[in-house]
Design a protein around this ligand. Structure first.
Ligand code: DI6
Ligand code: FE
Length: 404
């Protein structure tokens, strides 16, 4: 009897991004077949049963299909914006100076605390739609602009809610240790105590976070304080990730590796010991060229060392109101190539397979492979390099999330 599928995409060129780490896993005469939202077949025409039956057949007319894109690092849900700080920076103030003068993250905290869940959802949806419009099918969203239990929970709940309003997979991350709230009166240790004793258990109890993140930096938290958060997260069974070595080298990458973090992110100032630790732990390096660009950083992440040590590299937008108001993952790919010298295969893997790995969902999505969710991006391009090479142009033809 002929095998039955819900949908078949035929006459396509596939960049499966599976197998050979350095390559795109190209299949020239490709077919994808979906059943119950999952990929049932992804391969070459001659290997596909010729008598297969399907409810719908889609002729891709030679277009390219990649896995649906994954933005593995965003702060998409927040109140207000920071255009005024941008003006101050144009007059010469630095990102750190603004933060130390009481602006920066805590100004977004005030705006977020003043926002209802409905406000947060309404603010986040246009940003999410911009990502979706470029073929993104999975988005990670962090909290970190509440800095008290109630508002952190509201942010996480808004993040989950936007996922129910759109055809997209959302992964949420609790980032209570993002900055010190004004009411903490400069007492970072006491605030970390609150994060570990009150916020984290509440978040875990409510089941609203898939992972726990922290910002380890001079203007944020120390190695010791970060380790306390990580131990508390582990005790609750939650995996960790870290904003590491973004503005200085405090050994963030090494600490993340010690805790077998899913990812360490930013990494501009990471040294070879940190890179080696990440390689041993299998911690993904999430590079965020939008933030590098926007705060006019000049020290680049050690891409050569990541390659030499075999550390997997992902790319994200870091969409946030202060250091990376970026809602284009395609532009992040272009910046990854132009600013950090990633090659085309690294950029495409960085927003698919490696993004999935950084979120711990590689078994479910991120490559074109039978058994995974049928999350696809279908492109009007002649070669994959076009996804990286253009700036501000969107060649998406159509997008499929879980088979639709
Ligand atoms: N690093 C970043 O780039 C963002 N958070 C972080 O820890 C910036 C967040 C902001 O400025 O609002
Ligand atoms: Fe970030």
């Amino acid at each position: 009897m002929a095998e039955r599928f819900d949908r078949i995409w035929q006459n396509a060129r596939l960049a499966t991004v599976r197998g050979d780490l350095a390559g795109l896993g190209v299949i020239e005469h490709g077919v994808i077949a979906a059943r119950d939202g999952r990929i049932a077949f992804a391969g070459s025409r001659p290997d596909f049963p010729s008598d297969a039956d399907a409810t719908e057949r889609i002729d891709c007319a030679g277009r390219w299909i990649t896995p649906g894109l994954i933005d593995c690092h965003t702060h998409l849900v927040f109140g207000g914006n920071r255009a005024h700080e941008f003006e101050l920076r144009l007059q010469g103030a630095s990102y750190e100076e603004i933060a130390l003068a009481g602006g920066g993250i805590v100004s977004t905290v005030a705006a977020t605390r003043a926002s209802s869940e409905a406000d947060l959802i309404a603010g986040a949806l246009p940003r999410l739609d911009a990502l979706i419009g470029e073929g993104v099918t999975t988005v990670e969203i962090k909290s970190g602009y509440g800095l008290n239990t109630e508002t952190e929970m509201r942010q996480l709940s808004a993040a989950r809610a936007v996922g129910r309003k759109r055809s997209v997979s959302i992964r949420t991350t609790f980032l209570g240790a993002h900055a010190l709230p004004p009411e903490a009166d400069g007492d970072k240790d006491r605030y970390i105590e609150l994060v570990c004793r009150e916020m984290l258990p509440a978040v875990a109890q409510a089941g609203v976070a898939d992972a726990v993140d922290a910002f380890m930096e001079g203007i944020a938290f120390s190695s010791d304080q970060t380790a306390r958060v990580f131990r508390a997260a582990n005790a609750l069974g939650l995996p960790v990730k870290l904003h590491a070595d973004q503005l200085s080298n405090l050994g963030g990458a090494a600490l993340a590796a010690e805790f077998s973090a899913l990812s360490a992110d930013h990494l501009e100032y990471t040294d070879e010991a940190g890179v080696a630790g990440m390689a041993r732990a299998g911690t993904v390096a999430v590079l965020l060229p939008g933030a590098f660009y926007f705060i006019r950083e000049t020290t680049k992440p050690p891409v050569e060392l990541f390659r030499a040590h075999g550390v997997h590299m992902a790319l994200g937008t870091d969409c946030n109101p202060g250091s990376s108001p970026l809602t284009s993952l395609l532009l992040a790919m272009n910046m990854g190539a132009t600013l950090f010298r990633l090659n085309v295969a690294e950029c495409l893997a960085g927003v698919t397979r490696e993004g999935a790995r950084a979120l711990g969902v590689l078994g479910e999505t991120g490559t074109l492979e039978a058994g995974k969710w049928c999350d696809l991006a279908i492109w009007n391009i002649e070669r994959p390099a076009e996804l990286v090479y253009r700036m501000g142009f969107n060649p998406l033809h159509s997008r499929v999330w879980r088979g639709r």
